[in-house]
Design a protein around this ligand. Structure first.
Ligand code: ZN
Length: 417
């Protein structure tokens, strides 16, 4: 594995500028393509799993975070408040308070539960400049977040479903979790004091992990201030471990925000809140992807999916027309013209592109493509339309396989139950 900061610059994915500030990376076009594909994947997976998407502002009044408890328990990690017209605003350290407010903005019935609210939204952390770097220690974070509001009876199923969604995403991303961690409170005053609620949530998360047959380790002092969580840990190129995905059970925020739903009995009840992130922050997820794959992303994430290589100028018009066909199918296709160097040099330049289509006189005459795969395999010449259709099918299925050799139906990564 290589450090994502080095690869990110080499591959023109992202960069930083001291004038913008440390910990505030910007995304270059190829990095933006990867990020966009990732965000699309997450939004689609969430929609299929019954989530509704919302948008909420990246700041809020100080009172909002006093109510949520962030101001008391988390202030050291927050940017200082800004005074505007006699009111104080803070850049949000999490999306939860906004989502709790959106939940309580309308009357809710048990028929609407579980209510799954998702957002890919910005949040901010006042990290000290000494620890900032690349995409893993940043001050502006784009979080894949969601909150499930449900009844206590629905809780275990929702936690299970969230874990299953995380595992499917890891299959598609080609990321292997280092371990599952059950994060519990430690000594000290940063946790909300409610021993009975902590005990109940911890028992539930333990049961779900046991039931799923997932090996896990308990870690004290790693819980959120309002509740215990399951963390999915990954390892970076330097061997450092960090949390990518989380599922947290929270009885506390619904109390603070006085959240209610009308039950089948016509009376008011308190929902439980699950905080869940499938890929964590977009920044950390892309850093992990860069390191796990050394820049050779699964085809559905690759900035360029297919590069077409006309052997001579004579095949350039054919390459251009094929590129148009590919783009019309939604594929990201580039043409590497003969003027850019010898065929061998152009192939080496495109070594991270999953599909390379070599177009000689015979291919142009027969409307065929002789494709080379990134892993070195060469395919027999195929009719151009078939080659494009098969690449498109693998991309649409978010497959980590480069080719459908056996055509044996859906692969392990195509599961979308
Ligand atoms: Zn949350």
């Amino acid at each position: 594995m290589r450090d994502h900061r080095e690869l990110g610059r080499e591959l023109d994915l992202f960069d930083t500028d001291s004038l913008i500030g440390a910990g505030l990376p910007y995304w270059l076009p190829d990095g933006a393509v990867v990020r966009h594909a990732l965000e699309e994947y997450v939004r689609t997976a969430e929609r299929r799993a019954g989530y509704q998407h919302v948008y909420s502002p990246v700041l809020g009044k100080r009172e909002l975070y006093e109510l949520s408890g962030h101001w008391a328990h988390y202030r050291d990690d927050m940017f200082p408040a800004m005074d505007v017209g006699g009111e104080q605003f803070v850049l949000r350290p999490s999306l939860c308070p906004h989502h709790a407010v959106i939940y309580r903005s309308r009357p809710r019935s048990y028929r609407q539960l579980p209510l799954r609210m998702a957002e890919l939204g910005g949040m901010y952390r006042a990290e000290l400049s000494g620890v900032l770097g690349g995409l893993t220690r940043v001050r502006a974070i784009q979080l894949n977040d969601a909150h499930v509001f449900c009844t206590p009876e629905q809780l275990a199923d929702e936690v299970r479903a969230a874990l299953a969604m995380i595992r499917r995403a890891y299959d598609a991303l080609g990321i292997s979790p280092a371990r599952y961690r059950l994060s519990l409170p430690g000594p000290g005053g940063k946790y909300v004091a409610a021993p009975e609620l902590w005990r109940r949530s911890t028992a539930l998360l333990t049961e779900v992990l046991e039931h799923a047959g997932l090996p896990y380790e308990a870690a004290e002092g790693e819980a959120a201030f309002y509740g215990p969580k399951i963390d999915v840990q990954v390892t970076d190129a330097a061997g450092r471990e960090s949390t990518l995905s989380t599922v947290q059970v929270d009885f506390h925020q619904p109390e603070r925000f006085d959240l209610r739903y009308i039950g089948a009995d016509g009376a008011k009840h308190r929902p439980v809140m699950i905080h869940r992130s499938v890929i964590g922050s977009v920044e950390r997820a892309v850093a992990q992807l860069i390191e796990e794959h050394g820049g050779a992303f699964p085809a559905w994430l690759a900035p360029t999916q297919l590069v077409l290589l006309p052997v001579t100028e004579a095949e350039s018009p054919y390459a251009e027309s094929l590129a148009r066909d590919g783009r019309a199918r939604g594929l990201r296709v580039e043409v590497a013209e003969p003027g850019r160097g010898s065929l061998g040099a152009r192939i080496r330049q495109a070594r991270l592109v999953p599909y390379q289509g070599v177009l000689g006189a015979r291919e142009a005459a027969d409307a065929q493509v002789s494709a080379r795969l990134r892993d070195g395999r060469r395919l027999p010449p195929l009719p151009a339309a078939e080659a494009l259709a098969r690449i498109q099918a693998l991309v649409d299925a978010h497959s980590t396989r480069l080719w459908d050799d056996d055509r044996a139906g859906p692969t392990a990564t195509d599961r979308e139950e």
